[in-house]
Write a protein that binds this ligand. Structure first.
Ligand SMILES: Nc1ncnc2c1ncn2[C@@H]1O[C@H](COP(=O)(O)OP(=O)(O)OP(=O)(O)O)[C@@H](O)[C@H]1O
Ligand SMILES: [Mg+2]
Length: 215
């Protein structure tokens, strides 16, 4: 059993996960809470190497099984080195993407798997019965999210556009997949309309956070 609170941010590109994680983290820190933050893939030093393998280069450089194994290798390292120790210390752990991203992209988005069996089996192996306490799903019309991503990409060195290079129907499948997952686990998922301003989305997250957590 852990004593901390595990919060994940999910959603498509440009939905605002990183910005909103940062704002919640700042709020928690200012309130004196103990927190740890991570991201997947790439929350640890070894994870950064795995992230580089996954995001750089041709999008078909790995077959789908190899790719899945790399995601779960990254997740295992993140869990054992960052997430579980912090939860055991009673911290809030905020993760920028987690297992739902793998299901959304590799199952619903890519369509290369008939079911989620391999992901479920690997999740059980790397995480056991651990589940996020709260998952904020930042839901946005894919074109709006992608527009934000491309605007951002214009201002930074751009090695990580692999997933953005795929067609809009992929992003529609991804969004619908996330919404289906949220419908299956309404206790864990909080669906947030991410189309408003950064401040509006943050306020919505804080309202839902306050319903579920005491500081
Ligand atoms: N509500 C918002 N309104 C307008 N712009 C936003 C909003 N939220 C985030 N942005 C901007 O959109 C870009 C993408 O936001 P962010 O990086 O947080 O998205 P993300 O979900 O983490 O994307 P990725 O999946 O690519 O990591 C950033 O430049 C950010 O400043
Ligand atoms: Mg991000």
């Amino acid at each position: 059993m852990h004593r901390g609170t595990f919060i994940t941010f999910e959603g498509g590109e440009g939905s605002g996960k990183s910005v909103q994680l940062h704002l919640l983290a700042e709020h928690l820190r200012a309130s004196g809470a103990q927190i740890a933050t991570t991201r997947e893939p790439g929350g640890t030093e070894i994870g950064k190497e795995i992230r580089r393998l996954l995001v750089e280069g041709s999008k078909d450089k790995f077959d789908e099984i190899t790719e899945i194994l790399l995601f779960y290798a990254d997740r295992r390292i993140d869990l054992t080195r960052v997430i579980l120790p912090a939860l055991q210390e009673g911290k809030f752990v905020l993760s920028d993407r987690f297992n739902d991203s793998t299901i959304a992209y590799q199952f619903y988005g890519s369509g290369k798997f008939a079911d989620t069996g391999i992901m479920d089996m690997l999740y059980q192996t790397v995480a056991g019965s651990l589940k996020p306490d709260i998952t904020f799903l930042l839901d946005i019309e894919p074109r709006l999210g992608l527009k934000r991503s491309f605007d951002k990409a214009g201002t930074m060195a751009n090695k990580e556009l692999r997933f953005e290079n795929v067609d809009i129907s992929f992003h529609e499948r991804l969004r619908n997949g996330y919404l289906q997952m949220a419908a299956k686990e309404p206790e864990r998922f909080v669906v947030i309309d991410a189309s408003g301003s950064i401040e509006e989305v943050h306020a919505a997250i804080m309202r839902e956070f306050a319903k579920r957590c005491k500081l």
